[in-house]
Design a protein around this ligand. Structure first.
Ligand SMILES: Cc1ncc(COP(=O)(O)O)c(C=O)c1O
Length: 378
């Protein structure tokens, strides 16, 4: 089966993990510090603003606490986004308010966000769908005008840029995921960036039990180093040196991964754009750099479902990301969002990861061409 997403781990990662074993310290230590330093450099931001975490979902939960979001607040987010984003908002006591997306890019827009803003809106939590940046000029302008906080979910956009600036540098808090299906893989893991050093310092404490500066472990400042101070109810959402060692090697390979992802994206565009019953994703604007995380096609609902089954029967695994959250009863939304609903019926993400061989890609496009959609009006 050709996987839809897959990590690309090699001898370098294994060697880095071996060195961690030799150090006999697999927990959070010097290697995690180095990973944070190098990730900050990758973003072009200050080291003190970046902290690693156990996963992106933990970062999303922490973001709510850090920004003081809670009961009575509303947070607007695109319906086409990850379940952990809505859970983080719900868990804080705030209400998730789902906005629609653009039907082709599947990104939220300033207009779809604005139509959901009420007097209770505190923040907007955006996702750069498939790695293609949202229009941050329009969204940034709207949020500045309405004085709203911005959280960026960069799980799809580890290397994306909008007008030269890294995705993740536009808001108040940003989070990244390094789980096993992402563009940069550490097994599980994530990163959190905060706009101010004060917020970042608090994030660091919240990610480690809320222990304050006067806690003595590993430091020489306290005579009784086993004593500690707790500043608030933190959790334990830290990364470890095994994951970070993998992350450092993956970061070195990221330019190569991206080049391959771009090549695959262009191959699909070239091979699939002439198929009358399929629509390829929109062109990436010149002002943007994508992480080429998803490649998606759109077809009429009955074709899409049959195509997915046909491909699976022919050894090609596909999926749709992300099932619209406003259709999940737990979140309590009752409205209908036309584009998100249509996207959920018509969109299919094709295999896209750096380990796909040319034969794999040929097999994917040949299988799609061989598929008989029946009635082809679209
Ligand atoms: C868009 C998006 N946000 C957040 C997450 C959560 O990431 P993690 O698995 O690191 O918690 C994911 C994971 O799939 C995701 O796709």
């Amino acid at each position: 089966m050709i996987n839809v997403f897959q990590p690309a781990l090699g001898a370098e990662e294994l060697e880095a993990v071996r060195r961690v074993f030799e150090s006999n310290w697999p927990g959070k230590g010097k290697i995690t510090d180095q990973f944070e330093v190098e990730f900050a450099r990758h973003l072009g931001t200050d080291r003190e603003l970046v902290h690693s975490t156990s996963c992106c979902t933990e970062g999303l939960f922490q973001a709510m606490t850090l920004l003081g979001i809670g009961p009575g607040d509303e947070v607007v987010l695109p319906s086409i986004s990850f379940v952990g984003a809505a859970n983080a908002i719900m868990a804080s006591g705030a209400q998730p308010v789902f906005c629609d997306v653009d039907g082709a890019s599947l990104n939220c827009t300033a207009d779809t966000i604005e139509s959901c803003i009420t007097a209770r809106t505190r923040a907007v939590l955006i996702l750069h769908y498939g790695g293609v940046p949202c229009d941050m000029e329009a969204i940034g302008g709207l949020l500045a005008r309405r004085r709203l906080l911005l959280i960026e979910d960069n799980a799809c956009s580890v290397a994306s840029r909008f007008r030269g600036n890294a995705c993740g540098s536009f808001g108040d808090i940003s989070v990244w995921s390094f789980d096993s299906m992402k563009g940069l893989v550490t097994g599980d893991g994530g990163m959190i960036w905060c706009r101010t050093a004060d917020l970042a310092k608090r994030a660091e404490q919240l990610l480690y039990l809320g222990l304050g500066n006067k806690s003595g472990f590993g430091k020489t400042v306290n005579t009784r180093w086993w004593e500690f101070e707790v500043t608030e109810c933190g959790r334990r959402g830290i990364l470890n040196d095994i994951a970070s060692a993998i992350g450092i090697e993956q970061l070195k390979k990221l330019p190569r991964f991206l080049a391959r992802r771009k090549q695959i994206h262009e191959f699909y565009d070239g091979e699939l754009s002439s198929i009358s019953w399929l629509t390829c994703p929109p062109q990436i604007p010149d002002s943007s750099i994508s992480s080429y995380y998803f490649y998606w096609v759109q077809a009429r609902s009955q074709h899409r479902d049959r195509l997915a089954t046909y491909l699976r029967e022919n050894g090609v695994y596909t999926t749709f990301r992300y099932f619209p959250l406003h259709r999940v009863p737990f979140y309590g939304a009752t409205k209908s969002l036309q584009n998100a609903e249509r996207a959920a019926e018509e969109t299919l993400c094709l295999p896209l990861h750096p380990s796909l061989s040319c034969d794999d890609l040929e097999h994917v496009v040949t299988s799609i061409r061989r598929f008989d959609p029946g009635e082809t009006f679209r």
